[in-house]
Design a protein around this ligand. Structure first.
Ligand code: SF4
Length: 401
């Protein structure tokens, strides 16, 4: 699953208006929810594949696409879950149907598929390319087998490197690697060594996330039981700084707090989220934002299938933030990007038209605190503010009406 499609606490409000097809060109997210096993830190909606009726769920997702997916999406992100878990035959049928519905193969400038090492070999990577996928994202997560076991992952480090090589030999020229740092017991020196090994692979993109202990995960339970300890903040900060130093030395631009890319290889689909743009999500748990309204699908396989079959609409919640809420959200999302954001961009992206701009008092406070700075009318996080991006977001959220 794309990190920016993370589940959110579902508001109470059920959807009211009938759902419509997203406008032509809207970025498309497809959530394929099955995984080989559930990772202990994962709070995305995903379920172990064993005993599940994949065909029925794929049919339902396809039905949802037929009803709402945009024609000619600018970008497509196939996340989950583990899309690479599908067989080549399943991927072929699904993506051929998606092409029939959306014509994404000629319209999308980027089509990403998330893959896990245990289910990605050369043939599958080749098939994905042939089916219109342009970019693969491979979940390495750690370079230590004992940590992968602690995470509940079902692959080895050797398989991660083999999957990367398979993708390259199949001809994939746009590759992301996902890594997690600040793992209990991991030192910044150990992280530096691991990151160095991964960067030596020369992937076009790296996503490196601080380990979090989200509610309703095994890790959260282990933390509360004292079976796991969170890394101290100064260690997390040291990992963050190692990440920025090494990626810069390797020629990757830190275009977002946790995302690093070679020139022009940033993830366009995810940049749209940080621009607070419109997107359409299909599949269980998928979130959509069309116009000012956001909504999300049921987080359960069978109920999702049944609702799609019965009414064609599996949304379980919907919200329309106020103009000020949209403006504040646009600010804290935009500040995550190295390009920063200007006050006029924020107003335009948020479709905020009032003459008084309530964000300016917040940005002035953040500038005074040394967390953001202004250059040529653009605001960006300072070196001090970068690791505190979540705190900066909370400053906007706390001020929202
Ligand atoms: S493979 Fe990815 S989506 Fe599946 S459980 Fe693990 S982290 Fe979550």
């Amino acid at each position: 699953m794309s990190a920016t499609q993370k589940p959110r606490a579902a508001p109470e409000a059920p959807p009211t208006a009938p759902r419509e097809r997203a406008p032509t060109g809207t970025p498309l997210y497809v959530h394929l929810p099955f995984c080989a096993a559930k990772c202990h830190y994962c709070d995305f909606f995903s379920v172990p594949d064993k005993g599940q009726d994949r065909a029925a769920n794929l049919n339902a997702i396809q039905r949802e696409a037929e009803l709402y997916a945009p024609r000619n999406p600018r970008t497509v992100f196939i996340g989950g879950g583990t899309p690479s878990l599908l067989s080549i035959a399943e991927l072929t049928e699904f993506l051929d149907n998606l092409e029939r519905i959306t014509s994404f193969r000629s319209s999308a400038v980027e089509v990403t598929a998330e893959c896990n090492p245990e289910s990605l070999d050369r043939d599958k990577a080749r098939a994905l390319l042939d089916l219109g996928v342009t970019r693969l994202s491979i979940g390495f997560q750690s370079l230590h087998d004992e940590v992968l076991q602690l995470f509940g992952r079902v692959h080895s480090v050797e398989q991660s490197f083999a999957a990367f090589e398979s993708a390259r030999s199949a001809g994939v020229t746009d590759l992301n690697i996902d890594l997690i740092y600040a793992i209990p017991g991991q030192t910044p020196e150990a992280w530096e060594q691991d990151l160095g090994r991964v960067l030596a692979l020369g992937a076009e993109h790296l996503s490196a996330y601080n380990l979090t202990f989200e509610e309703e995960t095994v890790f959260h339970r282990w933390l509360s039981q004292g079976r796991l300890a969170k890394s101290p903040e100064e260690v997390e900060l040291a990992h963050f700084e190692v990440t920025r130093r090494l990626t810069q030395a390797a020629g990757l631009e830190a275009y977002e707090i946790s995302n690093f890319a070679r020139t022009n290889r940033h993830c366009r689909h995810n940049v749209n989220y940080w621009h607070n743009g419109t997107y359409l999500g299909i599949g269980p748990s998928a979130v959509s934002k069309v116009g000012a309204t956001r909504g999300g699908n049921l987080k359960a396989i069978l109920p999702y299938n049944r609702r799609i079959e019965a009414s064609g609409d599996a949304r379980t919640w919907e919200e329309t933030p106020s103009a000020t809420e949209r403006l504040f959200e646009t600010w804290w999302l935009g500040l995550r990007l190295a390009e920063g954001i200007s006050a006029s961009e924020a107003r335009e992206r948020a479709d905020f038209s009032a003459s008084e701009d309530p964000a300016l008092a917040i940005t002035a406070g953040l500038v005074a605190d040394g967390l953001i700075e202004e250059t040529d009318a653009r605001f960006r996080l300072t070196a001090r503010g970068l690791p505190l991006a979540d705190y900066v977001a909370r400053r906007f959220l706390a001020a929202a009406p």
